[in-house]
Design a protein. Structure first.
Lengths: 88, 94, 101
């Protein structure tokens, strides 16, 4: 019963991720898109963790770690101060 | 529901959304929106590799394809937007 | 009912609650009117949703190393999520960074 339950939960989270994609596409400001991408990353981590137990591939935990790192890096790149504007 | 049915539905959702994301990213007129969609596409492709039981490829795709490439493209899109607004505003480039 | 069954039941409840938080966060992201309220919905889904799922999976975890790794991942996600949300909110508030159109 356990792998089926975990897979069903992963499927549910995948569906909510697909719904969240709508905000990436329509989001009025770039900050909205970035926020939606962040939620996408977090849900992706959850899906990966569920898959790691359901499919019995423990190495997927490392992929989830990289996802967490990726969210931090892309947010930092996104919110960086404009160097050119400040120096001018 | 059996495990196989669940996996088939999972794969179907993954495939359809991946294709939709790819089309949205390619057809997007605005550079920054295209970059965001590209990052989301990289995340999604990495999920596909994870589902195919290839965690090493998923790792490389997430780190290089979405992370590094996305951050570099964000910087490039910002620079492109800045030069275009400057040339629109006219002549303050010394 | 054996101890194992009870643990699994508890884990299932935790994972389901976490999924509910993710669904609520996504609905909030889609339906709320402005950027800051959407950010508010997002951080709840980030911390509580992933936290509850992580708690459930720690109960399922096959060995101690696996559980410790999950815990470390949770801490990393909480720190980076909170920092990211703060940065996005600050930029949006000042109309600075990428938000300047």
């Amino acid at each position: 019963m356990m792998p089926e339950f975990l897979l069903a939960m992963a499927l549910l989270l995948l569906l909510t991720m697909s719904a969240g994609l709508v905000r990436v596409v329509i989001g009025p400001t770039p900050a909205d898109r970035m926020m939606a991408a962040q939620l996408l990353g977090t849900s992706g981590i959850a899906v990966l963790l569920l898959l790691a137990l359901a499919l019995e591939v423990p190495a997927l935990l490392d992929v989830a770690l990289i996802f967490a790192l990726l969210a931090a890096v892309s947010v930092a790149a996104f919110t960086r101060r404009r160097a050119g504007r400040d120096q001018a | 529901m059996s495990q196989l049915t669940l996996l088939i539905i999972f794969d179907g959702v993954l495939l359809v959304t991946l294709l939709a994301l790819a089309f949205a990213a390619v057809l997007s007129p605005e550079p920054r929106r295209a970059v965001m969609l590209f990052i989301a596409f990289g995340l999604w492709l990495s999920l596909v590799w994870a589902r195919l039981r290839a965690p090493d490829v998923a790792l490389a795709e997430a780190a290089i394809g979405a992370g590094l490439g996305g951050a570099l493209m964000l910087a490039a899109a910002r620079r492109a937007a800045r030069t275009s607004t400057r040339s629109d505003g006219g002549g303050d480039e010394a | 009912m054996s101890l194992d069954t009870m643990l699994h039941l508890l884990a299932a409840v935790c994972v389901t609650l976490g999924a509910v938080f993710f669904i609520a966060g996504t609905i909030g992201l889609l339906r709320l009117p402005d950027l800051f309220s959407r950010l508010h919905a997002l951080t709840k889904a980030d911390n509580l949703g992933l936290g509850l799922i992580m708690l459930g999976l720690i109960l399922y975890a096959p060995n101690v190393i696996y559980a410790a790794k999950l815990l470390l991942l949770w801490i990393l996600v909480m720190v980076s999520g909170a920092t990211g949300a703060h940065l996005i909110a600050k930029r949006a508030l000042r109309g600075d960074g990428e938000d300047a159109q």
